[in-house]
Design a protein around this ligand. Sequence first.
Ligand code: NAP
Length: 530
Amino acid sequence: MTNKIFDVVVVGAGFAGISAVHKLKKQGLKTIVFEAGGGVGGTWYFNKYPGARCDTHSMEYSYQFSEELQQDWEWSEKYATQPEILRYLDHTVDRFNLRENIRLNTRVEKLIWKQDDSQWEVSISTGELFLTDYVVMATGCLSKPNLPNIRGIDTFSGEIYHTSRWPEKKPDFASKNVGIIGTGSSGIQCIPLIAKEANHLIVYQRTPNYSVPARNEVLSEDFVKDIKSRYQLFREDNYKQGFGLNLPLNDISALDVSEEERTEAFERQWQKGGLGFLTSFNDILFNMESNVHAQNFIRNKIKTIVKNPLVAKKLMPNTPVACKRLCVDTDYYETFNLPNVELVDIKMNPIDFIKSKSVVLGNTEHKLDTLIIATGFDAMTGALTNIEIIGKDGESIKDKWKTGPSAYLGIAISGFPNFFMITGPGSPSVLSNMVPSIEQHVNWISDCIKFLKNKNFVSIEAELNAQHSWMEKVNKISDQTIYPHCQSWYLGTNIKGKKQAFTAYLGVPPYIDECREVVDSGYKGFYLSK
Ligand code: NAP
């Protein structure tokens, strides 16, 4: 039996879902959020591993929909920890009375478009059914875990944890022999902290990653006061930057300066810490020759920091910088100087299998008490294709995207009316500051629903041609960058059988202009039905 009818069903209660329910509820729409987790926060709820923190400045990685909220909330550090982010999200939910609209521990399992009624039927994990006029997918770009397919992994009888499904009760590593598989951002954040506790830590590295120091610090009162005195302007200025982030602006090519000046510029950003390293020059992401200079700089740093030259060599990536997401760390490379830390290159010496209490590589057996899996996510599309979503021609998104994800503006999909994605494939999403990008989408979706209601349209659906042209544009932009030049989750190559495609739109300001133009032209590229 079908239960209640909603105006909007939002899937996911992370930053995106919370922002969506706040906006849509305020607009007078009967809105419910279904969240699989036992608390709000989305990926920030599940990724509780030691050292989990955001690598975007906290005063930027936060909501701007309420001036009071952004004035009242006090971020303690430059890069907020996972618990602090959760406290912020819980505070937001309570402050705006959103908890009554959020159902936790509830997974959306199926969505079916009912053409005759112009509504979606929503099935949830309790077996209940709902009808809704609109669906907003706030399922996140990095939320579905990627589990490694290593023979025998299921037979490991010690403690085993995936970084993105970390248990509530803090695991104890003291006097334990611990292994960790994966050296992306998650691995790089937790390795230094686990190394401090464990008796012995073995890091299984398939591909080395570039990492720059975070240089995290407590926020000074003066800094906070300054930003808060001009918060709105600060946000507006950030939207005008390529990544939507307040990174150092630089108009100079790495090729237009002397070797000495180049090293100085990289060193300045290295000392400052964080992702600003990428904008040391204006062409690190676009010109391979410039990128090589950035690569050499970081490889030299690794050589200087890591005392054992063989270990240092193993840690040196040979891919372009930022082609895999640049990592931001605290003492990552330094950790390999500790006597209880061992680095194993599993590309050279692959893991053959895992058994009850050990990892086996050829003739070597590592006895372990604890195994940590830091192998990342089925990014960009995983959370969407994980749900059975059947559109108007009876086909699912999962089937449609077998040949690669395709969406219009990263917000809508042809064949799926009244269905909106927040930071979906084809939008800046992971190549931008996620929270402002989420809010930009939430505002767009809210305005769109307002428009439809005011004009008595019952549905909106992306045109296939507009969608194709859009994805061509996204690809054309990425082809001018270094991003397609290595294997990465950006491309989906970390997931076996996944069609390789780069689906993030590089450039926040042009993207915002395009979204605005679509609205100004009366929703060009969309079918509107009465
Ligand atoms: P990731 O970047 O995809 O890294 C996964 C790691 O696991 C890689 O080293 C990968 O090696 C390895 N791996 C995957 N499958 C494997 C297998 N079967 N056998 C052995 N090794 C395997 O995942 P992540 O570290 O979770 O980070 C994902 C993204 O989440 C980040 O890039 C970032 O955008 C976001 N994140 C952000 C923060 C932050 O704000 N500070 C923190 C954590 C995560 P290969 O490279 O060879 O595939």
